[in-house]
Design a protein around this ligand. Structure first.
Ligand code: F6R
Length: 616
C-alpha cells in the first residue's frame, strides 16, 4: 500500500524522487521520506516527515543535495508503528551502512527484533521495516554484496514484501526485491538512468521501457541497467517491454481532482477499451491477450468470478453477462473469502479475476488457490504486465489509462465493458451466439461511450443535490437485478470519499430490515432505470415515501411516472438492458464527488485508504 521509488542516474536524485512521490502519494500519505547518496559514497542524507508530501517538500527546501545522484523515496500507509517522523521511511541500520524502504509486512519482525537486540542492534523506530536494515547490515559488513545481503535477508522474512535498499559502502547501486504479493516493483530503463517504483505512474514520466520484478526475484540496479537473480542467487532474465500509455494521462490537466478527471474521461476510456476488444465490420470479438486460455474456452462449464471492492462489483455484473450471453452457470466470490474456502473447481471451471491494478494481495492469493486447483484463469486488468496477468492463462485488458484517484471510477466501467466482451467471446466459443445476435450485441456496446458522455453533461444537478443533502449522515442506495451491484458501488463511492455512511441494498431486502431506518431525515437513492425491474423499485420508492423518507431516483430519460413520484430525479440515456449498469453508475460517482466537495473532504486522498491493497 506504501509507494516506493528509487533513482540511479546522472541528475540530482532528490527532485526526481520527489516528483515520483507525487505520483505515488495516492498509495499512502501518513508520512514521506527520501534518502540520497553521492556517486562516490560518503554519508547517506535522509529527510523524512510525518503527514502529507507537502511536509517533506518543505523540509527538502533546506537541503543541498545536488551532487547526490542515487536515492530512494517512500510514501507510507502505516501498518507497524503510528505515523510519525521517526517511523517514516527510509530506515537505516545502526552504523548507517544500509538504508531501506519497504512495502509489506515483516510478519516475524518481533522475533527478529528480539534476536537483533540481543546481538547488540539498537532500534530507533517502532516499524517492522527497520529489522530489514539491521539484518542486511550484518551481511554487508561480512563482505556480501548488497544484492546478496538483500536476497539472504529476504529468506529470513515471513510475509510478503517489496524492498529497496542502498548503502554508502556500495554507491551507485540500488537493490530491489519482491517476495510474495505485497505489491509490484516496476523497473524503468532510461538513458543513463534507471528508475524503479511501486507502479507505472511514477516511472512513465521518465521512460516507457519497463520490466516487472516477479515473486522471489532480486535486482541490482546501476545507472546503466539491471541484473536479476532468483531467491537462490542464480541469474534470471527479466524481459523489458515498451508500455503504450500516454504519460500525460498521469496529469490532472484542467481538473481540480484526479477523480473528476477520471470520471469525465470515461467516454474515451470506454471507447478505447471497446475498440481494442471488438470490431463491428465484420462483427468480431478479439480479446487478443487470451493466450492459451482461448483454446480452452469451449470446454468451460462453470465460471467463478472474483475481485475486491469496486472490482468485485464489476465481477457481479460480469456474472450476469456470462450467464446470459454464454449460457454458462456463473458465481461470484469475494477474493478474500474465496482464498480461504478450499473451493471446489472442476477441470472445466474458469476463474475470472477482476483487478485494475493486478496487484491486490487477496486477488493474487485467490488466484494461487485457483491455480493449485487446476482451474483455467482469465484476468481483467488495467495494468500491462501486472502480477495477475502473469498468473492467469489469459488477460482481457481494459484501456482506461492510469487511474490516480483512490476511488476507482473509469476502471470500474471499463472492467464491465471488458467482461461483456469476454462473455461474448465465451458465447461464441460455446456456439451460443449467432452472427446476427453478435452484431447486435456489439452495436449495443459501441453505443455506450456516447451515452456515458451524455450522462456526464450536467454537473450542476449534483452540486444542487449536495447543497441540499450535504448534512446527511446515512444513505441507502437501492437497486434490483443488474442495478444491485450499481447500488453497492454507488454506496462504496459515497463512503470512501464523502464519509457518509451509505449502504447498497438489493431493493427486495428493504422490507426485511432496513425499512426500520426510514424517517423524514433519511435519504435514499433508488436506481429506477427502465431495465432495473423498474416497476418493483417504484413500490420501494413509495414505501420509503409513505414513511416520510426522501428519495433521489436515477431514471431513464423521460420517465414521467418516477419523476412525479421521487423528490428528485437524475436522468440517464437509455442503452441496451445488459449495459445499463455502465451508464447508471455515473450519477452516484458524481453525487459522491459533489458531496465530498461540499463536506470539505479530500477527494483524491480519502482518509485511511490506499489505492492498491497489498497487505492483508
Ligand atoms: C474503491 C476501490 C477499491 C478497489 C479494490 C480492488 O474505489 O478502488 O475497492 O476496487 O481495492 O482493487 P483492484 O481492482 O486494483 O484489485
Amino acid at each position: 500500500m506504501c509507494g516506493i521509488v528509487g533513482y540511479v542516474g546522472t541528475e540530482p536524485a532528490a527532485p526526481v524522487l520527489l516528483s515520483a512521490l507525487h505520483d505515488l502519494e495516492y498509495r499512502g500519505y501518513d508520512s514521506a521520506g527520501i534518502a540520497v547518496l553521492e556517486p562516490d559514497g560518503g554519508v547517506v542524507s535522509i529527510t523524512k516527515r510525518e503527514g502529507k508530501l507537502a511536509n517533506l517538500e518543505a523540509a527538502l527546501n533546506a537541503l543541498d543535495a545536488s551532487a547526490a545522484t542515487t536515492g530512494i523515496g517512500h510514501t507510507r500507509w502505516a501498518t507497524h508503528g503510528r505515523p510519525s517522523d521517526i517511523n517514516a521511511h527510509p530506515h537505516r541500520s545502526c552504523a548507517g551502512e544500509v538504508v531501506v524502504i519497504h512495502n509489506g509486512i515483516v510478519e516475524n519482525y518481533a522475533e527478529l527484533r528480539a534476536r537483533l537486540r540481543a546481538e547488540g542492534h539498537e532500534f530507533v523506530s517502532e516499524t517492522d521495516t527497520e529489522t530489514i536494515a539491521h539484518l542486511m547490515e550484518g551481511l554487508v559488513k561480512s563482505g556480501r554484496s548488497l544484492l546478496d545481503a538483500l536476497r539472504i535477508t529476504c529468506s529470513q522474512l515471513e510475509g510478503s514484501q517489496a524492498i529497496l535498499a542502498m548503502s554508502p559502502t556500495q554507491p551507485g547501486i540500488i537493490v530491489a526485491a519482491r517476495v510474495g504479493n505485497a505489491g509490484g516493483i516496476v523497473l524503468g530503463y532510461g538513458k543513463d538512468e534507471m528508475v524503479l517504483a511501486s507502479d507505472l505512474a511514477a516511472v512513465l514520466p521518465r521512460t516507457r521501457q519497463v520490466a516487472f520484478l516477479a515473486d522471489g526475484q532480486v535486482a541490482e540496479i546501476t545507472k546503466t541497467g539491471a541484473r536479476y537473480v532468483n531467491e537462490h542467487g542464480s541469474p534470471v532474465d527479466v524481459p523489458v517491454r515498451e508500455i503504450d500509455i500516454d504519460p500525460a494521462s498521469a496529469l490532472k490537466g484542467q481538473y481540480p481532482h484526479f477523480m473528476l478527471k477520471e470520471i469525465m474521461e470515461q467516454p474515451e476510456s470506454l471507447s478505447d477499451t471497446i475498440q481494442s476488444l471488438v470490431s463491428q465490420e465484420p462483427p468480431e470479438v478479439h480479446c487478443a491477450d487470451l493466450g492459451p486460455a482461448e483454446a480452452r474456452l469451449a470446454s468451460i462449464d462453470r465460471v467463478v468470478l472474483i475481485g475486491m471492492g469496486t472490482s468485485l462489483h464489476a465481477a457481479m455484473i460480469g456474472r450476469r453477462f456470462i450467464e446470459e450471453l454464454a449460457g454458462i452457470p456463473a458465481e461470484v466470490d469475494n477474493a478474500s473469502e474465496f482464498r480461504y474456502r478450499d473451493p471446489i473447481l472442476g477441470p472445466n471451471a474458469l476463474v475470472v479475476s477482476v483487478s485494475q491494478s493486478g496487484e491486490t494481495v487477496d486477488v493474487l492469493e485467490a488466484m494461487n488457490v485457483a491455480r493449485a486447483a487446476g482451474a483455467l484463469q482469465v484476468t481483467i486488468c488495467n495494468t500491462q504486465g501486472a502480477q495477475t496477468t502473469r498468473v492467469a492463462h489469459g488477460t482481457v485488458y481494459t484501456r482506461a489509462g492510469l487511474e490516480r484517484g483512490v476511488a476507482s471510477t473509469k476502471c470500474f466501467t471499463t472492467a464491465i465493458a471488458a467482461l461483456y466482451a469476454l462473455a461474448l467471446r465465451l458465447g461464441l466459443a460455446k456456439g451460443r451466439l449467432g452472427p446476427g445476435e453478435l452484431r447486435e450485441r456489439i452495436q449495443d456496446l459501441t453505443r455506450v461511450p456516447d451515452a456515458v458522455g451524455r450522462a456526464l453533461d450536467d454537473m450542476g444537478v449534483y452540486t444542487r443535490l449536495a447543497d441540499q443533502y450535504h448534512e446527511a449522515e446515512h444513505l441507502l442506495v437501492l437497486g434490483r437485478g443488474l442495478a444491485f451491484p450499481v447500488a453497492l458501488e454507488g454506496a462504496l463511492k459515497m463512503k470512501e470519499i464523502s464519509y457518509v455512511h451509505a449502504e447498497g441494498y438489493a431493493a427486495g431486502e428493504m422490507k426485511h430490515g432496513p425499512i426500520a431506518l426510514i424517517d423524514p431525515s433519511f435519504l435514499t437513492v433508488a436506481i429506477a432505470t427502465t431495465h432495473a425491474l423498474r416497476s418493483k423499485i417504484v413500490s420501494n420508492i413509495e414505501q420509503v415515501q409513505a414513511r416520510g423518507g426522501r428519495v433521489i431516483a436515477v431514471i431513464t430519460e423521460g420517465d414521467a411516472h418516477v419523476t412525479r413520484l421521487a423528490d428528485q430525479c437524475i436522468e440517464i440515456p437509455a442503452v441496451a438492458p445488459l449495459l445499463e449498469p455502465i451508464v447508471a453508475t455515473v450519477p452516484m460517482q458524481l453525487l459522491s464527488y459533489a458531496m465530498a466537495l461540499r463536506r470539505g473532504c479530500d477527494v483524491d486522498q480519502p482518509r485511511n485508504l490506499a489505492k492498491t491493497v497489498t497487505v492483508e
